[in-house]
Design a protein around this ligand. Structure first.
Ligand code: PLP
Length: 363
């Protein structure tokens, strides 16, 4: 039997960062003691923080949070990097693996904008392998992604599943095949920001065998904690260690870590699971309502908590929604989406208001 063996993805790190150790923070896990005089913190707690919870610099990677995320995603704690939202993980991946002015990332537009933003800011080239519309749905052309990555020497490939804004899922087999194809060439990053809403497997366990695969997760969407800014990268332990060296010394505010740990308790996870079920039901009802409205050309199938919608007259739909105080995401500036808006599945009364505005029944 031909057993596939992944190469060490740390070999893909920027050459000039191979021996880079980063900043040595004052919170080094291996040091034990009772009297802490090493970080120039205040010697008593703040007036507004009587319990003293915020008195000291936080752990760079809060251990209880790392462990809870590893349990949730079915991976090992050494494979988890907690970041300030998954946005920070995207940025760290680009900075650690792309040499500015030389290396490239591959993106699949129309897609979440932060991959290209991080690449542009860092001076990495952005190579596009656009989604194709097969008349039913937008799909990722994984062959084109693989060819582009090899032909242009890309270091990082960003995939998004379910895709934002298109809402479709990339089949797991396709992603794992791409990771094998790009072994020793590039990291394959799959952003699963919305996967809790999908009827599709997570790829968080595949990271153990496909070492150049990285999965991005976040507490911002299904877990309803966008304001806490907690996300993570699930990756090979060597990649996690390399990203930590590139990260700010204390990236996770103590308040956010505490909230996130609470959000992963059994009671909170049960409440999250029922909100996900509600959202999925509301999504299917909303899909039917949207499809029955006049002036809507297309509602893309969605496995996430939003719909990409094409209108006969997107300008007038946008004006009616704005006039009714309903804010949706304007996609019209994106290539191939000049007639499209992205609409989040809201609470029932929000959805009714949005539909009324589109019907023009709002005065
Ligand atoms: C919302 C979103 C994120 C968000 O991430 P944070 O964890 O809030 O930084 C990441 N990726 C995609 C595709 C998103 O839509």
């Amino acid at each position: 039997m031909n057993v596939f063996r992944s190469s060490d993805p740390v070999a893909l790190l920027r050459e000039d960062l191979r021996d880079f150790v980063g900043y040595r923070s004052a919170r080094i896990d291996t040091v034990q003691g009772e009297v802490w005089l090493n970080a120039n913190e205040a010697c008593t707690a703040s007036f507004i923080d009587p319990s003293g919870a915020l008195h000291r610099y936080p752990s760079p990677q809060p251990e209880r949070l790392v462990d809870a995320l590893a349990r949730l995603y079915g991976c090992d704690s050494t494979q988890v990097l907690v970041s300030r939202g998954s946005d920070e993980s995207i940025d760290l991946l680009v900075r650690a693996f792309c040499t500015p002015g030389r290396d490239a990332v591959v993106v699949t537009p129309p897609v979440f904008g932060m991959y290209a933003v991080s690449a542009r800011l860092h001076g990495a080239r952005v190579v596009e392998a656009p989604l194709f519309d097969d008349g039913d749905d937008y799909r990722v052309d994984l062959d084109a992604v693989g060819h582009a990555a090899i032909a242009l020497g890309a270091k990082v490939v960003f995939l998004c599943s379910p895709g934002n804004p298109a809402g479709g899922v990339i089949p797991r087999d396709g992603v794992t095949a791409l990771a094998r194809l790009l072994d020793a060439r590039a990291l394959v990053v799959i952003d699963e920001a919305y996967v809790e809403f999908a009827d599709a497997p997570w790829l968080t366990r595949d990271v153990a065998t496909l070492r150049n695969l990285v999965v991005l997760r976040t507490l911002s969407k299904a877990h309803a904690l966008a304001g806490a800014r907690i996300g993570c990268a699930i990756a090979d332990p060597g990649v996690v260690a390399a990203l930590r060296r590139c990260q700010a010394p204390y990236p996770i505010p103590a308040i956010s870590a505490a909230v996130a740990i609470d959000a992963l308790s059994p009671a909170a996870l049960a409440a999250t699971a029922s909100r996900i079920t509600e959202t999925k039901l509301a999504r299917e009802r909303l899909r039917e309502s949207l499809r029955m409205l006049p002036g809507i050309r297309r509602v893309y199938p969605s496995q996430a908590n939003f719909f990409l919608v094409r209108f006969d007259d997107a300008d007038s739909a946008w004006r009616r929604l704005c006039g009714a105080g309903v804010i949706v995401r304007d996609m019209r500036a994106m290539p191939a989406l000049h007639d499209a808006l992205r609409i989040t599945v809201g609470a029932p009364h929000d959805n009714i208001r949005m539909l009324d505005a589109l019907r023009g029944t709002v005065p």
